[in-house]
Design a protein around this ligand. Structure first.
Ligand SMILES: NC(=O)c1ccc[n+]([C@@H]2O[C@H](COP(=O)([O-])OP(=O)(O)OC[C@H]3O[C@@H](n4cnc5c(N)ncnc54)[C@H](OP(=O)(O)O)[C@@H]3O)[C@@H](O)[C@H]2O)c1
Length: 330
């Protein structure tokens, strides 16, 4: 009998959340499913929430987290995606309502998979993963709402995080002047090398005053932080410019008046990477593998094993990550 390793999150009898690496027997593949031998998964902020038992993310326990996975189909392939195909798994239930990528093998419905677009390597695809895809969605939304390089500086918050770093890189590639906001000013040099025109501290983009409008300085924004940061950015964005909101590391509330919208015509665009039509997802990935392809993506990955995940989860929850943490399963 083949056994494989998984990273399991479960609730003990006294209600404590426990994380451990376990062995599981490899069972029979259920009809309609495809079996993937996972090469890499990744650690997103959402995975850390799942691994700490956050009920809004871990909708069932015990659970194998991991919302991203790249690997090869080893059983259940079809004509379009035969066994041996390099695929990525993306579905809102993966790693939340059903076991995710922190396992050597995973069985998923066929429509949760898509082929990793050439010429991306497996490490490049997983390093981008949900973070890169979300950042690309933010960049696309800014373009769609008419943001141009001459709109002014685009601020990216949480810039050293997974989404933030790729937002800086995509926006730079698209010709924008990017201001990276970070709690890690010691990373200024790296952020500048990745494309930031300048780097500012978190405090500089966040305003405690209750003023309904602040001095208008941003030509657009990619906000991954939420809370007070998003409120400050919306109040300090130039007339008729656009802000995308995808994250909540700094808080899930938004205190605001309607003045940024009715006096400055600001557009606030919500970004959701999970509930996306498969065709739309494939098209954006094709762009990320084609005209938007970034250089040296793999160098942003810190590759770890399942045994190192518990420490890495604490690091991401403390906001101390730079770039992407990738979990090697093979
Ligand atoms: N809507 C979607 O579909 C979608 C998809 C992906 C991610 N997200 C969300 O986007 C956010 C970022 O995700 P991620 O995977 O990039 O996370 P991440 O890698 O952990 O990065 C988050 C970054 O935010 C900053 N940060 C952390 N704690 C903070 C705090 N208390 N106040 C202000 N800034 C703080 C840090 O960057 P600095 O030190 O540089 O400031 C940190 O590196 C998360 O809320 C995640 O759930 C949403």
């Amino acid at each position: 009998m083949i056994e494989y390793r998984v990273f399991l999150v479960e609730k003990t009898a006294d209600g404590t959340i426990q994380r451990s690496v376990r062995r599981r027997p490899l069972g029979k593949l259920a009809a309609g499913n495809v079996r993937v031998e996972v090469e890499f998964s990744a650690l997103n902020y959402k995975d850390a929430l799942a691994a700490t038992g956050n009920p809004g993310v871990a909708r069932t326990l015990p659970l194998v987290p991991g919302i991203d996975a790249v690997g090869r189909i080893i059983e259940g392939g079809d004509e379009a995606l035969p066994n041996g195909s390099l695929v990525m798994i993306a579905h809102p239930d993966f790693g939340t309502s059903r076991d995710g990528g922190y396992a050597r093998y995973t069985d998923v419905p066929r429509d949760w998979l898509f082929a990793v677009p050439t010429p991306l390597t497996s490490l490049e695809a997983i390093t981008l993963g949900t973070a890169g895809f979300t950042a690309a969605q933010c960049a696309e939304a800014l373009l769609k709402y008419g943001t141009q390089p001459d709109s002014g500086e685009i601020v990216v918050t949480g810039a050293t995080g997974g989404v933030g770093i790729f937002a800086v890189m995509y926006l730079r590639k698209l010709g924008f002047s990017v201001v990276a906001s970070t709690g890690k000013l010691e990373r200024t040099g790296e952020l500048e090398r990745l494309g930031a025109a300048r780097v500012v501290s978190r405090q500089e983009v966040s305003d405690d005053s209750p003023r309904p409008l602040l001095s208008a300085r941003w030509g657009g924004a990619v906000d991954t932080v939420g809370g007070k940061t998003l409120s400050s950015i919306l109040r300090s964005t130039k007339p008729h410019c656009t802000v995308t909101a995808c994250g909540l590391v700094g808080g899930n509330e938004l205190h605001l008046t309607v003045y940024p919208f009715i006096l400055r015509g600001i557009s606030l665009v919500g970004i959701d990477s999970a509930l996306i039509e498969p065709m739309v997802r494939r098209e954006l990935w094709a762009k990320m593998a084609g005209p938007w392809r970034l250089d040296n993506v793999e160098s942003l990955a810190t590759v770890i094993t399942l045994d190192e995940l518990t420490d890495a989860i604490q690091t991401i929850m403390r906001g101390q990550v730079f770039g992407r943490t990738v979990v090697r399963l093979l």
